[in-house]
Design a protein around this ligand. Sequence first.
Ligand code: HEM
Ligand code: FES
Length: 352
Amino acid sequence: MAINYSAVQWNRQKKFYDFALIGGVALYLLTFGAVTEILFPLVTAEILLMRALGTAAFLLLHLILCIGPLCRLNPKFLPLLYNRRHAGVTCFLLAFLHAVLVVATYHAGGNLNPILSIFASSPLTGSVAGVPFQPFGFFALLILFLLAATSHDFWLANLTAPVWKALHLSVYFAYALLVLHVTFGTLQGETSWFYVAAMAAGLVTVLGLHLLAAHQEVAPDSEKPASSDRPSAVEAQGFIDACAVSDIPENRARIACITGERVAIFKYAGKISAVSNVCQHQNGPLGEGKIVAGCITCPWHGYQYVPETGASPPPFVEKVPTFNVRVKDGRVWVDPKPNPAGSRAEPALIET
Ligand code: HEM
Ligand code: FES
Protein backbone atom coordinates (compact mmCIF):
# COMPACT_ATOMS: atom_id res chain seq x y z
CA MET A 1 0.00 0.00 0.00
CA ALA A 2 1.26 3.51 -0.70
CA ILE A 3 2.34 5.74 2.15
CA ASN A 4 0.49 8.62 0.48
CA TYR A 5 -2.56 6.50 -0.33
CA SER A 6 -5.77 8.28 0.65
CA ALA A 7 -8.54 6.20 -0.91
CA VAL A 8 -10.95 6.32 2.01
CA GLN A 9 -10.52 10.01 2.72
CA TRP A 10 -12.82 12.63 1.29
CA ASN A 11 -10.75 14.41 -1.29
CA ARG A 12 -12.09 16.84 -3.90
CA GLN A 13 -12.05 14.26 -6.65
CA LYS A 14 -14.16 11.79 -4.66
CA LYS A 15 -16.68 14.51 -3.79
CA PHE A 16 -16.92 15.47 -7.45
CA TYR A 17 -17.62 11.90 -8.54
CA ASP A 18 -20.18 11.35 -5.76
CA PHE A 19 -21.91 14.58 -6.72
CA ALA A 20 -21.98 13.50 -10.39
CA LEU A 21 -23.30 10.06 -9.36
CA ILE A 22 -26.16 11.39 -7.20
CA GLY A 23 -26.94 14.14 -9.74
CA GLY A 24 -26.99 11.62 -12.60
CA VAL A 25 -29.31 9.25 -10.72
CA ALA A 26 -31.68 12.11 -9.76
CA LEU A 27 -31.74 13.38 -13.34
CA TYR A 28 -32.48 9.87 -14.65
CA LEU A 29 -35.36 9.34 -12.19
CA LEU A 30 -36.91 12.73 -13.05
CA THR A 31 -36.56 12.15 -16.81
CA PHE A 32 -38.00 8.62 -16.52
CA GLY A 33 -40.95 10.00 -14.51
CA ALA A 34 -41.65 12.82 -16.97
CA VAL A 35 -41.44 10.57 -20.08
CA THR A 36 -43.67 7.91 -18.47
CA GLU A 37 -46.25 10.56 -17.50
CA ILE A 38 -46.41 11.69 -21.13
CA LEU A 39 -46.39 8.26 -22.82
CA PHE A 40 -48.31 6.22 -20.21
CA PRO A 41 -50.49 8.66 -18.24
CA LEU A 42 -52.49 5.79 -16.69
CA VAL A 43 -49.53 4.23 -14.88
CA THR A 44 -49.88 4.59 -11.09
CA ALA A 45 -47.30 6.46 -9.03
CA GLU A 46 -46.06 3.23 -7.29
CA ILE A 47 -45.54 1.41 -10.58
CA LEU A 48 -43.84 4.44 -12.12
CA LEU A 49 -41.45 4.70 -9.18
CA MET A 50 -40.86 0.94 -9.10
CA ARG A 51 -39.91 0.96 -12.79
CA ALA A 52 -37.79 4.10 -12.47
CA LEU A 53 -35.82 2.62 -9.54
CA GLY A 54 -35.46 -0.86 -11.10
CA THR A 55 -34.21 0.49 -14.42
CA ALA A 56 -31.90 3.03 -12.70
CA ALA A 57 -30.28 0.23 -10.67
CA PHE A 58 -29.92 -1.99 -13.73
CA LEU A 59 -28.48 0.82 -15.86
CA LEU A 60 -25.99 1.72 -13.14
CA LEU A 61 -24.95 -1.93 -12.94
CA HIS A 62 -24.18 -1.83 -16.67
CA LEU A 63 -21.99 1.23 -16.16
CA ILE A 64 -20.19 -0.44 -13.24
CA LEU A 65 -19.50 -3.56 -15.31
CA CYS A 66 -18.22 -1.52 -18.25
CA ILE A 67 -15.71 0.50 -16.18
CA GLY A 68 -13.23 -2.43 -15.80
CA PRO A 69 -12.82 -3.19 -19.53
CA LEU A 70 -12.92 0.52 -20.42
CA CYS A 71 -9.93 1.12 -18.13
CA ARG A 72 -8.02 -1.72 -19.78
CA LEU A 73 -8.74 -0.19 -23.18
CA ASN A 74 -7.97 3.41 -22.20
CA PRO A 75 -6.35 4.59 -18.93
CA LYS A 76 -8.32 7.86 -19.17
CA PHE A 77 -11.21 5.96 -17.53
CA LEU A 78 -9.13 5.11 -14.42
CA PRO A 79 -10.71 7.86 -12.24
CA LEU A 80 -14.05 6.05 -12.67
CA LEU A 81 -12.44 2.87 -11.36
CA TYR A 82 -11.17 4.60 -8.20
CA ASN A 83 -14.73 5.73 -7.47
CA ARG A 84 -16.60 2.60 -8.54
CA ARG A 85 -17.47 1.35 -5.05
CA HIS A 86 -19.85 4.20 -4.29
CA ALA A 87 -21.62 3.45 -7.57
CA GLY A 88 -21.98 -0.19 -6.42
CA VAL A 89 -23.54 0.84 -3.10
CA THR A 90 -25.87 3.29 -4.90
CA CYS A 91 -26.90 0.50 -7.29
CA PHE A 92 -27.82 -1.74 -4.33
CA LEU A 93 -29.82 1.06 -2.63
CA LEU A 94 -31.81 1.77 -5.81
CA ALA A 95 -32.50 -1.96 -6.31
CA PHE A 96 -33.47 -2.31 -2.65
CA LEU A 97 -36.01 0.54 -2.91
CA HIS A 98 -37.38 -1.04 -6.11
CA ALA A 99 -37.83 -4.37 -4.27
CA VAL A 100 -39.37 -2.72 -1.18
CA LEU A 101 -41.95 -0.98 -3.41
CA VAL A 102 -42.69 -4.22 -5.27
CA VAL A 103 -43.16 -6.13 -2.02
CA ALA A 104 -45.33 -3.38 -0.51
CA THR A 105 -47.47 -3.14 -3.66
CA TYR A 106 -47.82 -6.78 -4.73
CA HIS A 107 -46.89 -9.00 -1.80
CA ALA A 108 -47.91 -7.34 1.46
CA GLY A 109 -51.70 -7.53 1.15
CA GLY A 110 -52.27 -11.29 1.57
CA ASN A 111 -51.93 -13.81 4.42
CA LEU A 112 -48.64 -15.15 3.12
CA ASN A 113 -45.29 -13.86 4.37
CA PRO A 114 -44.33 -11.16 1.79
CA ILE A 115 -40.92 -12.75 1.07
CA LEU A 116 -42.50 -16.20 0.55
CA SER A 117 -45.08 -14.52 -1.65
CA ILE A 118 -42.26 -13.47 -4.05
CA PHE A 119 -41.64 -17.18 -4.70
CA ALA A 120 -45.25 -18.34 -4.59
CA SER A 121 -46.88 -15.63 -6.68
CA SER A 122 -46.09 -17.09 -10.11
CA PRO A 123 -46.48 -20.86 -10.01
CA LEU A 124 -44.78 -22.68 -12.90
CA THR A 125 -47.14 -23.06 -15.83
CA GLY A 126 -44.82 -24.69 -18.36
CA SER A 127 -44.89 -21.71 -20.74
CA VAL A 128 -41.91 -19.38 -21.29
CA ALA A 129 -44.04 -16.37 -20.49
CA GLY A 130 -45.00 -18.00 -17.17
CA VAL A 131 -41.46 -18.39 -15.76
CA PRO A 132 -41.41 -16.85 -12.25
CA PHE A 133 -39.11 -13.87 -12.77
CA GLN A 134 -39.20 -12.30 -9.31
CA PRO A 135 -37.02 -14.92 -7.55
CA PHE A 136 -34.22 -14.03 -10.02
CA GLY A 137 -34.47 -10.42 -8.80
CA PHE A 138 -34.52 -11.59 -5.18
CA PHE A 139 -31.26 -13.57 -5.47
CA ALA A 140 -29.60 -10.80 -7.47
CA LEU A 141 -30.53 -8.35 -4.71
CA LEU A 142 -28.97 -10.65 -2.08
CA ILE A 143 -25.69 -10.67 -4.05
CA LEU A 144 -25.76 -6.89 -4.52
CA PHE A 145 -26.27 -6.53 -0.76
CA LEU A 146 -23.31 -8.81 -0.01
CA LEU A 147 -21.08 -6.82 -2.36
CA ALA A 148 -22.21 -3.43 -1.03
CA ALA A 149 -21.78 -4.60 2.59
CA THR A 150 -18.21 -5.82 1.96
CA SER A 151 -17.14 -2.98 -0.32
CA HIS A 152 -15.17 -1.10 2.34
CA ASP A 153 -11.36 -1.52 2.57
CA PHE A 154 -11.90 -2.99 6.05
CA TRP A 155 -13.32 -6.14 4.42
CA LEU A 156 -10.66 -6.14 1.73
CA ALA A 157 -7.96 -6.22 4.42
CA ASN A 158 -9.73 -8.86 6.53
CA LEU A 159 -10.90 -11.19 3.79
CA THR A 160 -7.57 -10.84 1.86
CA ALA A 161 -7.40 -9.57 -1.72
CA PRO A 162 -7.92 -12.90 -3.56
CA VAL A 163 -11.00 -13.86 -1.47
CA TRP A 164 -12.46 -10.35 -1.77
CA LYS A 165 -11.87 -10.34 -5.51
CA ALA A 166 -13.46 -13.79 -5.95
CA LEU A 167 -16.47 -12.66 -3.89
CA HIS A 168 -16.89 -9.51 -5.93
CA LEU A 169 -16.72 -11.43 -9.21
CA SER A 170 -20.18 -12.76 -8.26
CA VAL A 171 -21.45 -9.42 -9.59
CA TYR A 172 -21.46 -11.19 -12.98
CA PHE A 173 -23.76 -13.87 -11.58
CA ALA A 174 -26.07 -11.13 -10.25
CA TYR A 175 -26.03 -9.54 -13.70
CA ALA A 176 -27.00 -12.84 -15.36
CA LEU A 177 -29.88 -13.25 -12.86
CA LEU A 178 -31.06 -9.73 -13.63
CA VAL A 179 -31.00 -10.34 -17.39
CA LEU A 180 -33.40 -13.25 -16.71
CA HIS A 181 -35.44 -11.13 -14.26
CA VAL A 182 -36.01 -8.34 -16.76
CA THR A 183 -36.48 -10.59 -19.81
CA PHE A 184 -39.11 -12.84 -18.23
CA GLY A 185 -40.66 -9.91 -16.34
CA THR A 186 -41.16 -8.05 -19.59
CA LEU A 187 -42.56 -11.12 -21.33
CA GLN A 188 -45.24 -11.29 -18.64
CA GLY A 189 -45.94 -7.70 -17.82
CA GLU A 190 -47.63 -5.05 -19.83
CA THR A 191 -44.28 -3.26 -20.11
CA SER A 192 -43.14 -2.58 -23.67
CA TRP A 193 -40.63 -4.55 -25.73
CA PHE A 194 -38.44 -1.46 -25.45
CA TYR A 195 -37.11 -3.00 -22.20
CA VAL A 196 -35.98 -6.17 -23.96
CA ALA A 197 -34.38 -4.21 -26.83
CA ALA A 198 -32.60 -1.87 -24.39
CA MET A 199 -31.45 -4.85 -22.32
CA ALA A 200 -30.12 -6.66 -25.40
CA ALA A 201 -28.17 -3.49 -26.33
CA GLY A 202 -26.80 -3.37 -22.75
CA LEU A 203 -25.81 -7.05 -22.84
CA VAL A 204 -24.03 -6.63 -26.18
CA THR A 205 -22.16 -3.58 -24.82
CA VAL A 206 -21.05 -5.35 -21.62
CA LEU A 207 -19.99 -8.52 -23.45
CA GLY A 208 -18.41 -6.62 -26.37
CA LEU A 209 -16.25 -4.45 -24.10
CA HIS A 210 -15.11 -7.47 -22.07
CA LEU A 211 -14.17 -9.37 -25.24
CA LEU A 212 -12.29 -6.35 -26.63
CA ALA A 213 -10.37 -5.87 -23.37
CA ALA A 214 -9.58 -9.61 -23.20
CA HIS A 215 -8.28 -9.48 -26.77
CA GLN A 216 -6.02 -6.57 -25.84
CA GLU A 217 -4.70 -8.55 -22.84
CA VAL A 218 -4.01 -11.69 -24.87
CA ALA A 219 -2.07 -9.84 -27.57
CA PRO A 220 1.02 -9.06 -25.42
CA ASP A 221 0.76 -12.48 -23.76
CA SER A 222 1.13 -14.26 -27.06
CA GLU A 223 4.25 -12.29 -28.07
CA LYS A 224 7.10 -14.75 -28.29
CA PRO A 225 10.36 -13.96 -26.49
CA ALA A 226 12.51 -12.31 -29.12
CA SER A 227 15.52 -14.54 -29.51
CA SER A 228 15.12 -18.02 -28.15
CA ASP A 229 17.42 -19.23 -30.96
CA ARG A 230 20.46 -17.48 -29.41
CA PRO A 231 21.98 -19.84 -26.84
CA SER A 232 23.90 -18.03 -24.11
CA ALA A 233 25.09 -18.48 -20.55
CA VAL A 234 21.96 -16.90 -19.07
CA GLU A 235 19.79 -19.05 -21.29
CA ALA A 236 21.66 -22.14 -20.12
CA GLN A 237 20.68 -21.17 -16.55
CA GLY A 238 17.03 -21.31 -17.61
CA PHE A 239 16.53 -17.54 -18.00
CA ILE A 240 14.15 -16.40 -20.73
CA ASP A 241 14.73 -13.53 -23.14
CA ALA A 242 11.92 -11.11 -22.26
CA CYS A 243 12.57 -7.85 -24.13
CA ALA A 244 15.20 -5.28 -25.09
CA VAL A 245 16.34 -2.84 -22.41
CA SER A 246 15.52 -0.04 -24.88
CA ASP A 247 11.88 -1.28 -25.06
CA ILE A 248 11.32 -0.12 -21.47
CA PRO A 249 10.81 3.61 -20.86
CA GLU A 250 12.66 5.08 -17.86
CA ASN A 251 10.73 4.61 -14.58
CA ARG A 252 8.17 2.44 -16.37
CA ALA A 253 7.77 -1.24 -17.13
CA ARG A 254 7.23 -3.67 -19.87
CA ILE A 255 4.89 -6.59 -19.18
CA ALA A 256 6.11 -9.96 -20.44
CA CYS A 257 4.37 -13.30 -20.26
CA ILE A 258 7.04 -15.66 -18.94
CA THR A 259 5.89 -19.31 -19.09
CA GLY A 260 2.29 -18.33 -18.43
CA GLU A 261 2.89 -15.74 -15.70
CA ARG A 262 2.75 -12.00 -16.35
CA VAL A 263 5.87 -10.27 -15.13
CA ALA A 264 6.37 -6.49 -14.85
CA ILE A 265 9.96 -5.56 -15.78
CA PHE A 266 10.87 -2.10 -14.51
CA LYS A 267 13.73 0.18 -15.64
CA TYR A 268 14.85 2.82 -13.12
CA ALA A 269 18.05 4.56 -12.04
CA GLY A 270 20.28 2.45 -14.32
CA LYS A 271 18.81 -0.83 -13.09
CA ILE A 272 16.26 -3.47 -14.09
CA SER A 273 14.00 -5.34 -11.62
CA ALA A 274 11.08 -7.67 -12.25
CA VAL A 275 8.05 -8.41 -10.07
CA SER A 276 4.73 -10.17 -10.52
CA ASN A 277 2.32 -8.01 -12.50
CA VAL A 278 -0.50 -8.61 -10.00
CA CYS A 279 -1.05 -5.99 -7.29
CA GLN A 280 -1.98 -7.38 -3.87
CA HIS A 281 -4.75 -4.86 -3.41
CA GLN A 282 -7.23 -5.75 -6.14
CA ASN A 283 -5.06 -7.48 -8.73
CA GLY A 284 -4.30 -4.21 -10.55
CA PRO A 285 -1.66 -4.36 -13.36
CA LEU A 286 1.58 -3.20 -11.68
CA GLY A 287 3.38 -3.11 -15.03
CA GLU A 288 1.09 -0.28 -16.12
CA GLY A 289 2.18 1.78 -13.13
CA LYS A 290 5.39 3.74 -12.72
CA ILE A 291 8.22 4.30 -10.28
CA VAL A 292 7.34 7.10 -7.88
CA ALA A 293 9.80 8.07 -5.13
CA GLY A 294 11.75 4.87 -5.81
CA CYS A 295 8.72 2.59 -5.52
CA ILE A 296 6.60 0.75 -8.09
CA THR A 297 3.23 2.48 -7.83
CA CYS A 298 0.08 0.63 -8.88
CA PRO A 299 -1.95 2.60 -11.44
CA TRP A 300 -5.27 1.65 -9.87
CA HIS A 301 -5.18 2.89 -6.27
CA GLY A 302 -1.53 3.75 -5.64
CA TYR A 303 -0.27 0.79 -3.54
CA GLN A 304 3.54 0.81 -3.63
CA TYR A 305 6.26 -1.83 -3.73
CA VAL A 306 10.07 -1.61 -3.56
CA PRO A 307 11.29 -2.93 -6.94
CA GLU A 308 14.19 -4.98 -5.50
CA THR A 309 12.11 -6.78 -2.83
CA GLY A 310 8.51 -6.63 -4.02
CA ALA A 311 7.56 -5.51 -0.47
CA SER A 312 5.55 -2.40 0.38
CA PRO A 313 7.55 0.21 2.30
CA PRO A 314 6.88 0.12 6.08
CA PRO A 315 4.43 0.40 7.78
CA PHE A 316 2.60 -1.43 4.98
CA VAL A 317 2.86 -5.20 4.68
CA GLU A 318 1.79 -6.15 1.14
CA LYS A 319 4.28 -8.25 -0.85
CA VAL A 320 4.49 -9.50 -4.43
CA PRO A 321 6.84 -12.19 -5.83
CA THR A 322 10.09 -10.99 -7.43
CA PHE A 323 12.01 -12.50 -10.36
CA ASN A 324 15.77 -12.80 -10.87
CA VAL A 325 16.92 -10.80 -13.89
CA ARG A 326 20.06 -10.42 -16.00
CA VAL A 327 20.99 -7.92 -18.72
CA LYS A 328 23.06 -9.26 -21.62
CA ASP A 329 23.80 -7.57 -24.94
CA GLY A 330 21.05 -4.99 -24.41
CA ARG A 331 18.39 -7.62 -23.66
CA VAL A 332 16.61 -8.45 -20.41
CA TRP A 333 16.57 -12.08 -19.32
CA VAL A 334 14.16 -13.26 -16.63
CA ASP A 335 14.28 -16.41 -14.51
CA PRO A 336 10.76 -17.90 -14.90
CA LYS A 337 10.84 -19.26 -11.32
CA PRO A 338 9.38 -16.56 -9.02
CA ASN A 339 11.01 -15.83 -5.67
CA PRO A 340 8.69 -15.93 -2.64
CA ALA A 341 6.67 -12.72 -2.25
CA GLY A 342 8.74 -9.97 -0.64
CA SER A 343 12.18 -11.61 -1.13
CA ARG A 344 15.05 -9.58 -2.51
CA ALA A 345 16.22 -10.16 -6.09
CA GLU A 346 19.42 -8.36 -7.04
CA PRO A 347 18.58 -5.80 -9.78
CA ALA A 348 20.50 -6.12 -13.05
CA LEU A 349 22.69 -3.13 -13.88
CA ILE A 350 22.12 -1.71 -17.33
CA GLU A 351 25.25 -2.04 -19.49
CA THR A 352 26.58 1.29 -20.73
C1 HEM B 1 -36.64 -8.91 -4.18
C2 HEM B 1 -36.16 -8.49 -5.32
C3 HEM B 1 -36.98 -8.06 -6.51
C4 HEM B 1 -38.32 -8.19 -6.77
C5 HEM B 1 -39.39 -8.85 -5.92
C6 HEM B 1 -38.57 -7.56 -8.05
C7 HEM B 1 -39.81 -7.51 -8.67
C8 HEM B 1 -40.07 -6.90 -9.87
C9 HEM B 1 -41.36 -6.77 -10.48
C10 HEM B 1 -42.68 -7.25 -9.88
C11 HEM B 1 -41.18 -6.14 -11.66
C12 HEM B 1 -42.30 -5.75 -12.65
C13 HEM B 1 -42.77 -4.37 -12.22
C14 HEM B 1 -43.86 -3.85 -13.11
O1 HEM B 1 -43.52 -3.30 -14.13
O2 HEM B 1 -45.00 -3.97 -12.74
C15 HEM B 1 -39.78 -5.87 -11.81
C16 HEM B 1 -39.20 -5.26 -12.89
C17 HEM B 1 -37.88 -4.87 -12.98
N1 HEM B 1 -36.93 -5.07 -12.03
FE1 HEM B 1 -37.17 -6.07 -10.31
N2 HEM B 1 -37.41 -7.04 -8.52
C18 HEM B 1 -36.40 -7.32 -7.62
C19 HEM B 1 -35.06 -6.99 -7.72
C20 HEM B 1 -34.52 -6.26 -8.76
C21 HEM B 1 -33.14 -5.85 -8.83
C22 HEM B 1 -32.06 -6.23 -7.82
C23 HEM B 1 -33.01 -5.11 -9.98
C24 HEM B 1 -31.80 -4.40 -10.56
C25 HEM B 1 -30.64 -4.17 -10.00
C26 HEM B 1 -34.31 -5.09 -10.63
C27 HEM B 1 -34.53 -4.46 -11.83
C28 HEM B 1 -35.75 -4.50 -12.47
C29 HEM B 1 -35.96 -3.91 -13.78
C30 HEM B 1 -34.92 -3.19 -14.63
C31 HEM B 1 -37.30 -4.15 -14.10
C32 HEM B 1 -38.00 -3.80 -15.41
C33 HEM B 1 -38.68 -2.50 -15.29
C34 HEM B 1 -40.05 -2.67 -14.71
O3 HEM B 1 -40.91 -3.21 -15.35
O4 HEM B 1 -40.22 -2.22 -13.57
N3 HEM B 1 -35.18 -5.79 -9.86
N4 HEM B 1 -39.13 -6.34 -10.70
S1 FES C 1 -3.62 -0.38 -5.69
FE1 FES C 1 -5.58 -1.20 -5.97
S2 FES C 1 -5.17 -2.75 -7.37
FE2 FES C 1 -3.24 -1.97 -7.01
